[in-house]
Design a protein around this ligand. Structure first.
Ligand code: HPA
Length: 245
């Protein structure tokens, strides 16, 4: 039997089937994760779903206990972990509703507990983060999305900002100069912590708005709502096809 973990961001709770009752409350040396881990079977695969922002979506990106979330999932020994993250599009091809599978990250966050190497009595260890995303899982995402003819960008650089506010137009210009294609608030320290624990981790980002200063500048919240629905429908199509058959 295989086991796959999803860390669902805003809008992703809809991926959990309505009849799922199994919820596992966990605790870790870093405190409890954002919420109980829901789990269900799909064919031969056990799916685990951890709501990144809590079951009631009340934990903002800078307050998420990323250490507890990653530790808890690591304890459940998944074969791989997929983060599902809402992002703003910077690159002209990163349009709302489209999926992006980032292969690189730039971390602009600050003040978050970003490592398990965080106490004086823990041996110092520098994990290799040249490729922050599991190459094999990234390849699987892109190949499967291509087979399903989904609307997606196969790679890109995800700039991770602190939030919870959105960025200024000048901040987005700077991120673009740095090479960022999309911007979101949650991929770090999640990806770094996953690497420290040796988890196979990749990201399926859903573009829900044009980043600040891009697009036509309409009502951003209406844009987010409409694109989230469209993007999540694509994620719901992608997920079952990703699982081992
Ligand atoms: N900026 C940062 N995070 C986001 C955005 C954005 O425009 N959209 C969704 N998450």
């Amino acid at each position: 039997m295989s086991r796959v973990a999803l860390i669902g961001g805003t809008g992703a709770l809809g991926l959990v089937p309505d009849d799922v009752r199994e919820k596992r409350r966990m605790d870790t040396p870093y405190g409890p994760p954002s919420g109980p881990v829901m789990h269900w079977m799909q064919g031969d695969t056990e799916l685990l779903f951890l709501p990144r922002h809590g079951s009631g979506v009340t934990i903002p990106p800078h307050c998420v206990n990323y250490q507890a979330n990653i530790w808890a999932l690591h304890e459940l020994e998944p074969d791989w972990v997929l983060g599902i993250n809402a992002v703003g599009g910077i690159h002209a091809a990163a349009t709302p509703g489209r999926l992006v599978f980032p292969d690189q990250l730039i971390d602009y966050t600050w003040g978050r507990a970003h490592s398990f190497v965080d106490a004086m009595d823990v041996p110092v260890r520098h994990v290799d983060f040249t490729l922050p995303i599991s190459a094999a899982l990234h390849e699987r995402l892109a190949t499967t999305a291509r087979q399903l003819a989904l609307d997606f960008m196969p790679s890109g650089v995800y700039g991770v900002t602190q939030g919870p506010r959105l960025e200024s137009a000048a901040e987005i210009d700077r991120l673009e100069r740095d090479g960022c294609d999309v911007v979101g608030m949650t991929a770090m320290p999640e990806a770094g912590l996953a690497r420290e624990l040796g988890l196979d981790y990749a990201i399926c980002a859903v573009v829900v708005n044009f980043a600040a200063g891009r697009g036509s500048g309409g009502d951003i919240h209406a844009e987010i709502e409409a694109s989230m629905e469209q993007g999540m429908r694509q994620v719901a199509t992608l997920l079952p096809a990703l699982l081992p058959h």
